[in-house]
Design a protein around this ligand. Structure first.
Ligand code: PGA
Length: 263
């Protein structure tokens, strides 16, 4: 089944970058590009995930853009509500700050910050219960790919959250497939390999929910203007989660344009 009628999403994951002044400049450059060469909102949804302390200032900056650009949190607490949990930001607190989207399960969080499946389930559940849309990241390591386990690993990561997502809540889930070996390495999965995994993901989710047929499936891992057109042409790749290249307004804009043009 082709997902080519799905409105693509292009989301910039700024990770632990940049300094505030550079972030402001980056947003201003992006707004200018979008103003000069508009990308219709119906052609591509655009989002930016800044560091947590910049969520509100970036959101305020984005308010004056000539189109909607979503502000996306990079993470959310496993604890819901409010309370004595030093250092945490809950889904309700994000929602209270008009943040509507959150990344959950990025491989860097799984690898460096102990985000095991049970913790990710709590984060997904809290985010959905607070009404946020979750961009849930999945992906295999190089070793897993070389051992022929890539599909099994990715499908398991999706099955992991199935127990905490109810039938309606699947509408609020976007999947980002990010092979770990392609993140920040300059290596991209070939469009054929990426498409094959996306088709597998769509089939796997469709066995859980019919929403799988219309769910946006993003690809991430060294997406840049040079490979975006080919990736965007794949029927089941409905957008990109962009790390390094999102720190340059022109590169990020060109990636968004590539997805907007081909869908
Ligand atoms: P990259 O990162 O584009 O720098 O490879 C993607 C991501 O980790 O989301």
């Amino acid at each position: 089944m082709s997902g080519s009628t799905i409105t693509p999403w292009v989301v910039g994951n700024w990770k632990m970058n940049p300094m505030q002044a550079d972030a402001k400049q980056l947003v201003q450059n992006l707004k200018k590009l979008l103003q000069d060469q508009e990308i219709a909102e119906s052609a591509c949804q655009i989002g930016i995930a800044p560091i947590s302390i910049a969520l509100q200032s970036i959101q305020a900056e984005l308010q004056s853009a000539n189109r909607h650009i979503a502000t996306v949190a990079q993470d959310v607490s496993r604890i819901a509500g409010t309370g004595a949990y030093t250092g945490e930001v809950s889904a309700e607190l994000l929602k209270d700050s008009q943040i509507e989207f959150v990344l959950v399960g990025h491989s860097e969080r799984r690898e460096f910050f102990g985000d095991a499946p049970n913790i990710l389930n709590e984060k997904v559940q809290n985010a959905l219960n607070a009404g946020l849309t979750v961009i849930y990241c999945v992906g295999e390591s190089l070793e897993q790919r070389e051992n022929g386990q890539a599909e099994q690993v990715v499908l398991q990561q999706i099955c992991d959250i199935a127990s905490v997502v109810n039938a309606q809540q699947w509408e609020k889930i976007v999947i980002a497939y990010e092979p770990i070996w392609a993140i920040g390495t300059g290596k991209t999965a070939s469009p054929a390999d990426a498409q094959a995994m996306h088709a597998t993901i769509r089939e796997g989710i469709s066995q859980i929910t019919p929403i799988g047929q219309t769910m946006a499936l993003l690809y991430g891992g060294s997406v840049k203007p040079e490979n975006a057109v080919e990736l965007a042409a794949c029927p089941d790749i409905n957008g990109a989660l962009v790390g390094g290249a999102s720190l340059n307004a022109e590169s990020f804009y060109k990636i968004a344009q590539a997805f907007a043009n081909t869908k």
